[in-house]
Design a protein around this ligand. Structure first.
Ligand code: AKG
Ligand code: FE2
Length: 289
């Protein structure tokens, strides 16, 4: 019999959970232990998923369902509650991430240019606490880029500026939606219990013009810290990854899609630790505006 210890293999920032031969109760326990320990990144390997032979679709509007989607949603629900957005892929709870021809030059998951490190949905108060990713295919071994900055390395002045002054971040949605804010005025670093810091980070959509000199210098120092902490988080076929959206900035390197059914294909979930808090604004079951 394996000990609980052999179940999880931790690198500095990635907690690997080998699910081979494990019950759902055991997997859930390992996930919950990792979240309690504030693991920034988790990787589930050895899952008993179906092999997917179908080609990578060309657009999310098509039927993209795979036999593993329900299992991925179930695993994601072990961290909180999976939810969708009304303006994202028709409110689907399991979303598609693969290159779409018309998006190649856009700063989006379906693009092909370098996707800058960011946290997801910076302007939404109800943004995901965790993102889930399941790899359907990735023959080119294209990683997700990730950075888990150690905020203790920031100067005191920078930390205070990022915590105690307000920055403006614009919406990252390609088309404005009347029912959503167009921007958020917020601090970039948030104080959490126990003195921990969390971040809302998007260097592409933050309003540089609205910063004073001190804020510009502070944001630059944070960006340098995040860039210097960047590393790769590679998901292979059948792996599931979870990303803490307040501790980890994520992105993707530039690459050259073929658009012939062989491109990298990830599934994605948005996971909330406290969905009940936003039930009043829900527009459908587990769907937020
Ligand atoms: O393609 C990736 O690895 C990440 C894309 C991304 O930023 C996202 O899906 O939120
Ligand atoms: Fe993202």
């Amino acid at each position: 019999m394996q000990t609980a210890h052999s179940l999880e293999e931790s690198s500095n920032i990635v907690t690997t959970i080998d699910c081979n031969g494990r019950s759902d109760a055991q997997i859930k326990l390992s996930i919950q232990r990792a979240t309690e320990n504030r693991a920034p990144l988790m990787k589930l390997i050895g899952l008993d998923l179906d092999r997917i032979e179908r080609p990578t679709p060309s657009h999310w509007i098509d039927n993209c369902a795979t036999p593993n989607d329900a299992r991925f949603e179930q695993l994601s629900n072990m961290l909180g509650n999976v939810f969708g957005y009304s303006d994202l892929q028709n409110g689907r709870l399991v979303q598609e991430v693969f290159p779409i021809r018309g998006d190649a030059r856009k700063q989006v998951g379906s693009g092909a240019i370098k996707l800058e490190l960011h946290t997801e949905d910076p302007i939404l108060e109800y943004r995901a606490d965790y993102l889930g990713f399941m790899c359907v295919s990735n023959r080119d071994r294209i990683p997700t880029t990730v950075a888990v900055p150690d905020f203790a390395l920031l100067s005191e002045t920078t930390r205070l500026t990022l915590c105690d002054t307000k920055f403006t971040i614009f919406s990252d949605r390609p088309t404005p939606t009347p029912f959503k804010p167009a921007k958020l005025v917020t601090s970039v670093l948030l104080r959490a219990p126990g003195g921990r810091l969390r971040m809302i980070y998007d260097p592409v959509y933050i309003d540089y013009a609205a910063m004073d000199a001190g804020q510009s210098a502070a944001f630059r120092e944070l960006q340098e810290l995040i860039d210097s902490a960047m590393t790769e988080f590679l998901l292979k076929e059948g792996d599931v990854g979870f990303v803490d959206n307040y501790q980890v900035a994520h992105g993707r390197p530039q690459y050259v899609p073929r658009y012939d059914g062989t491109d990298r294909w990830l599934k994605r979930t948005q996971i909330s630790s406290n969905l009940v808090r936003f039930s009043a604004i829900a527009v459908g079951e587990n769907v937020l505006p």
